[in-house]
Design a protein around this ligand. Structure first.
Ligand SMILES: *Cc1c(COP(=O)(O)O)cnc(C)c1O
Length: 421
């Protein structure tokens, strides 16, 4: 099946007389005929359902759809994108370990990596997004367990060189984790370029309608965990009666460990109703992504020709430094554009407050056009050095182009610019 078909049909195939639409299984638990039957499920938890803290049929249908779209062997939904990135790292890093991340990533992820994981004894080693191969190799320590980057960085909108980072990670025997939130599998499939694990904030384009927060981790099944660096995936897990994830689950070792061990203990699993809404978003994802890309390219070209704009970051523009990488990795650059307005923060704020159609909101990838000032909002907790490393300037505006008529979006921009000196 091609993507558009998978979006409608993967994950749920009703049999004779069953509902056409994926049902919402709103139940915390599942019944069994006997105590022995329940005991058997604890021995082999992937065979049936135990409890909705870590598995539910509605959520699993969506997980299978997303795994299919990314070309992976399995997926696990979480209650937020933050939880997805947290568990993706915790699944392979313990206190005393480190991992490498590029600096051009989402501000919330910077906080998680630089501060909260540090408290748990896990060090994040940041490398600049334009680091050379030698610099990245040099950042590795004997305890480094993963490499992390964002396909299309939020909000810097640089394109991550997936293949280059995958080769470097693999040379050190560790996986590459890619946060594919802005691209979605419709615009980029990181596994095709060597990534091993993909994460998403489904709160963005996948949900698409600004209805609910969610996340997902997808496993390519390609990484060889039995290479000496990941004994927790290979050796018996004392918290699961001595089970070895690689021996028992083969290619699905990583994603089933995340579910059976981390989701069991952290319990950040979405409700069935949330998964149902996410599925509605996924059904129309290909149509929406195409239109977002088209609208955003028109807006980006308009901004580029506007003399009140200092610079525009949209990798589909030929003038953009990431253009060659965008051509290689992406079928389109999503609806998000960042640009720097002349006159710094004062003009950025004046411009944003003058917009009438576009709403000022702490969100991105909404179906409605929305706008945000990263330096004073999403990235407010970052230091000046971190802001600079994340590619954020005080005159920077993050403009998330929606699916309104393009002429209305352009008219709104024009009238707002008229208010700026
Ligand atoms: C929003 C976002 C996150 C965090 O996701 P939430 O669903 O808000 O928790 C992580 N990564 C990227 C790239 C994001 O845009």
């Amino acid at each position: 099946m091609k993507d558009a078909t998978k979006c409608l049909h993967s994950g749920y195939s009703p049999k004779n007389t069953e509902p056409r639409v994926m049902p919402i299984v709103q139940s915390t638990t599942y019944v069994y005929d006997s105590t022995d039957d329940v005991a058997a499920v604890f021995d082999e938890p992937t065979k049936s359902l135990i409890y909705s803290r870590f598995a539910n049929p509605t959520v699993m249908a969506v997980e299978n759809k997303i795994a299919d779209l990314e070309g992976g062997v399995g997926a696990m939904c979480t209650t937020s994108g933050q939880a997805a990135n947290l568990l993706a790292i915790l699944n392979i890093c313990n206190a005393g370990d480190s991992f490498i991340s590029t600096t051009q990533i989402y501000g919330g992820t910077v906080n998680l990596f630089a501060f909260t994981l540090k408290k748990l004894g896990i060090e994040c080693i940041f490398v600049g997004h334009d680091a050379t191969d030698e610099e990245i190799h040099a950042a590795f320590k004997p305890n480094t367990k993963a490499v992390f980057g964002e396909t299309l960085a939020n909000p810097a909108l640089t394109v991550f060189d997936i293949e280059r980072y995958a080769n470097i990670a693999h040379a050190h025997g560790v996986p590459l984790i890619v946060d594919n939130t802005f691209a979605t599998p419709i615009l980029c499939k990181p596994f095709e370029f060597g990534a091993d694990i993909v994460t998403h904030s489904t709160s963005k384009y996948m949900d698409g309608h600004a209805l609910q927060i969610g996340g997902v981790i997808v496993d390519s099944g390609n990484f060889n965990w039995d290479n000496g660096n990941f004994p927790e995936l290979v050796e018996p897990d004392p918290s699961y009666h001595g089970l070895s994830y690689t021996k028992t689950y083969g290619k699905q070792a990583y994603i089933l460990k995340a579910r059976m061990q981390l989701m069991r203990d952290f319990g950040c699993y979405p409700a069935a109703h949330s998964a149902f809404l996410l599925n509605l978003g996924l059904e129309t994802l290909p149509v929406r992504m195409k239109q977002y890309c088209e609208n955003a390219l028109t807006v980006a070209k308009y901004l580029e020709s506007n003399d009140k704009v200092e610079s525009v970051m949209y990798p589909a523009l030929e003038s953009n430094e990431s253009y060659p990488l965008a051509k290689k990795y992406l079928k389109g650059c999503s609806g998000v554009i960042t640009f720097v307005i002349k006159g710094g923060k004062e003009n950025a704020v004046k411009f944003m407050d003058s917009l009438k159609l576009a709403s000022n909101e702490v969100h991105v990838a909404d179906i409605r056009t929305c706008v945000l000032h990263p330096a004073s909002e999403t990235h407010r907790q970052l230091t000046d050095e971190q802001l600079e490393a994340a590619g954020i300037n005080s005159g920077m505006v993050r403009f998330s182009v929606g699916l309104e008529d393009i002429n209305d979006i352009l008219d709104d921009l024009k009238q707002a610019f008229a208010n700026v000196k």
